[in-house]
Design a protein around this ligand. Structure first.
Ligand code: FE2
Length: 122
C-alpha cells in the first residue's frame, strides 16, 4: 500500500473478495438492524476495521462520519491514546423506504475509506 497517494480521493480495496490486512484495518463496518420502524430511534455502530486499527499519535483514525443516503448525520472526532475507532450513534428515520447508510473514516496516514449498508425503514 505504500506507493499510493492515500489522500487522493476515496480509497477502495483492490479486490473486495480478497481483502489485504491493511484494507481490513481501514474499511468501516456498519452494525445496525436490517429493518427499522419510521420514527423509532435505533442504534448504528461504526467500527473501523475487521482488524482493529491502531490509535497512536503517529497513526490513528481521526474521525468517523455517518450518512443516510446523501444526508449527513454525524461526525465523531477521535483522539488517539484515549479512544477506539468505534462510534455508536442513535439514529431516527422519519420516512419509509430503503435507506443506504454510509460510513466514512479518515486515517491520518491512509486517508479516506467508506462502506455502506442498506436498511429497510417501514
Ligand atoms: Fe491507517
Amino acid at each position: 500500500m505504500e506507493d499510493k497517494n492515500f489522500f487522493d480521493g476515496m480509497n477502495h480495496p483492490a479486490n473486495a473478495a480478497d481483502l489485504t490486512d491493511a484494507e481490513k484495518k481501514h474499511i468501516p463496518l456498519i452494525g445496525s438492524s436490517d429493518s427499522v420502524k419510521p420514527g423509532e430511534p435505533f442504534e448504528v455502530s461504526v467500527t473501523v476495521g475487521s482488524i482493529s486499527h491502531v490509535m497512536e499519535p503517529a497513526h490513528h483514525i481521526q474521525w468517523i462520519e455517518l450518512y443516510a443516503n446523501e444526508n449527513f448525520l454525524a461526525r465523531v472526532a477521535l483522539t488517539p491514546g484515549f479512544t477506539k475507532a468505534i462510534a455508536t450513534l442513535t439514529v431516527v428515520m422519519e420516512t419509509t423506504g430503503i435507506v443506504t447508510l454510509k460510513a466514512i473514516e479518515r486515517c491520518n496516514i491512509h486517508g479516506l475509506w467508506e462502506n455502506t449498508k442498506r436498511i429497510i425503514v417501514g
